[in-house]
Design a protein around this ligand. Sequence first.
Ligand code: ZN
Ligand code: ZN
Length: 496
Amino acid sequence: MSAVSMDVIVSLCKRRGFVFQSSEIYGGTGSCWDYGPLGVELRNNIKRIWWRDFVHQRDDMVGLDASILMHPTVWKASGHVDNFTDPMVDCRECKRRFRADQAGTMDWTHYCPATKGNKFTIKGGEPCKHCGARRTLCPECGKGELTAPRQFNLMFKTFMGPVEEDAALTYLRPETAQGIFVNFDNVLQATRRKLPFGIAQIGKAFRNEITPGNFIFRSREFEQMEIEFFVNPHDRLEGRPADEAWHDRWIADCQSWFTRYGLDPANVKLHEHLGDELAHYSKRTVDLLYRFPMGWNELMGIANRTDFDLKQHAKFSGKSLTWFDEERKEHVVPFVIEPSAGVDRALLAFLLDAYREEEVRGDKRVVLRFHSELAPIKIAVLPLLKKRPEIVAAGHDLRHRLTRRWLTLYDDTAAIGRLYRRQDEVGTPYCVTVDVKTVGDPEKGEAGDGKVTIRERDTMQQIRVPIAELEHVFGRLLDAGTPWSEVAAGYPRAEG
Ligand SMILES: [Zn+2]
Ligand SMILES: [Zn+2]
């Protein structure tokens, strides 16, 4: 288990080009983030393997990409217009807005009458130790009165069409799920599916969070990887209602997906929603929690949403959203199991879990032990001597050949030790070095051996491999998943 702090990860992300603050040159935008050259690769890898594993490799799943802007009635039917709210209070003086339940726990500003009005910052919930007063005014400015709590909707409003009038008011979607529900019948008609089957979607969603934070954990613009899995509630599976059995299967599948790609099982646990925590439409919800630096927090949720959403959309649209059960000769409204994960949270968890600081011969080495499928760059080609044109040319040639199958980078901007450290720090699983022995030395009448050195990130072991066999070797390592020890056993060790 790694116990890295968020500050260390934020700093690494900026320095190496994983994540930048949005609009940083203008002072940044509240809680929006931009993914840099390595971040976008990592992000795409997460989405690609998720889609491959949950859509392509299953017989019971299809994909969808619905638009972000939807008919405004969708959000009426889903309950978001009326219920997707937080109670907020405003300061009449500085106009700042707080969540009603958080104003009382924040550190507060106090101008103390017992000390000629001196300004103090007092810990949240505590009284002033000079005059004994408790906070009644705005915790931020210490001067304004707070309004009574008002419900504040977390959806971003926008206007469709050229006229900014209420008739054209719509929202940026706060979740991708509704795009799937409103397309249920389209997909059913187009694919002739039978229950149970699922529809998956990856896409952006937007929530005007009042207290975002913890880096990319909670942001106002984020990306979801969601599945709505439709089950016939009248079926029985494993001796109980099919929706309940499928729910457990999805919980297990999601948990094992995260650990397969690198999360330490000790850093992942399940959390059952009980009592008030359970949403009104849900029969049962289980969260997958990850041990983030700020504590155990939701990595994803797996909910049994029953037939709530399809029934709501049938009611508001007047269209029938059912499936015809040929055996029982009846129309049924399917129950829905919803595994819902965030790309950004998954990325943060994979980064945190991969991070290691190690000591190598008295030096500190930072390494991201990414699963090779997640690693942004798979191979780095590094020339040992950049003054020798043959070495540089051979390096460029290798990069071009290898990158057709695996993202490969060429770097000759430092000495080899430093180049290795740079690749370790971004999680590149393999480095290939081209040296004098590879290309030979015509002046001394020495022919090249046509071999290069492959160095593995985690063990730092090196082997000598003929260039002609490189693609075969990387095919075993990166595509077939053959362990390094097994592949390395077939080649002579090179010196470290
Ligand atoms: Zn104020
Ligand atoms: Zn005081």
